[in-house]
Design a protein around this ligand. Structure first.
Ligand code: FPP
Length: 223
């Protein structure tokens, strides 16, 4: 969800105002996914690297996340959205963790869109955690290293319960992955828009999905 800072700067506002507007865009996007009957939406809300931002911004983002979860959970329930999260969640402030787990539990019975928030998420960390988890299984004698393949490794990632993404939407014109789902995006279609995240609307989502529909996916093979 890139471009919050620029959105605010363009208006002479503090960066957090851009994040607040970005939280409103989340609502619009979730609604759009519901309209399209999309099953999974993963939002890169806070990266492992984002902890390096100024303390005031980090704190404001954590408060915003906590407030968002508290205020929006009834709406998630109403829209049949199941909330999930990936990342090093124990790095989040306690109050944030508590609210996150509360919202996850309250929405656990929903069977519409699964909304996955990537929080304190870094793909390289995830891969390292996956390797450690595999090594533990080998040490405990549950598996043999010769058994490791793509499918097995995928089961040791934070995303083990979800399919690989079909479409990656990158806002604000950035042409990089920024340590997001590096393993899972291997055959994902990419869509880049110059729209800043706070300006991203349902129609922008629909345009991205329409463009996705025109792609021919070959997965390294031939058609
Ligand atoms: C990147 O834009 C955005 C973030 C680091 C935070 C994203 C957070 C939200 C949209 C709101 C909170 C999330 C939820 C789910 C309630 P940037 O700050 O790097 O923008 P810039 O590149 O223009 O500076």
């Amino acid at each position: 969800m890139d471009g919050n800072g620029r959105w605010a700067k363009n208006r002479g506002l503090p960066r957090i105002k851009g994040h607040e507007q970005g939280a409103d865009a989340v609502r619009e996007c979730v609604e759009g996914c519901g309209d399209l009957k999309i099953e999974f939406l993963t939002l890169y809300a806070f990266s492992a690297e984002n902890w390096g931002r100024p303390k005031t911004e980090v704190l404001a983002l954590m408060h915003l996340l906590e407030r968002f979860l508290k205020e929006k959970t009834p709406e998630l329930l109403e829209k049949n959205v199941r909330l999930q999260a990936i990342g090093r969640l124990t790095d989040l402030p306690d109050a944030c963790q508590r609210q996150l787990h509360k919202s996850i539990e309250r929405t656990a019975g929903n069977n519409g869109l699964t909304l996955i928030l990537a929080l304190s998420y870094g793909s390289r960390l995830e891969i390292i955690d996956g390797i450690k988890s595999l090594l533990r299984q080998i040490e405990e004698g549950h598996i043999d290293s010769a058994m490791i393949d793509v499918e097995m490794f995928s089961k040791h990632l934070y995303t083990r319960y979800y399919p690989d993404p079909d479409l990656l939407i990158r806002t604000s014109g950035e042409l990089r992955l920024s340590n997001f789902l590096l393993w899972q995006l291997s055959y994902t279609e990419m869509y880049v828009t110059t729209k800043l995240w706070p300006d991203f609307t349902k129609d922008d989502l629909f345009a991205a999905v329409e463009e996705f529909g025109k792609r021919q996916r070959r997965y390294g093979g031939v058609l």
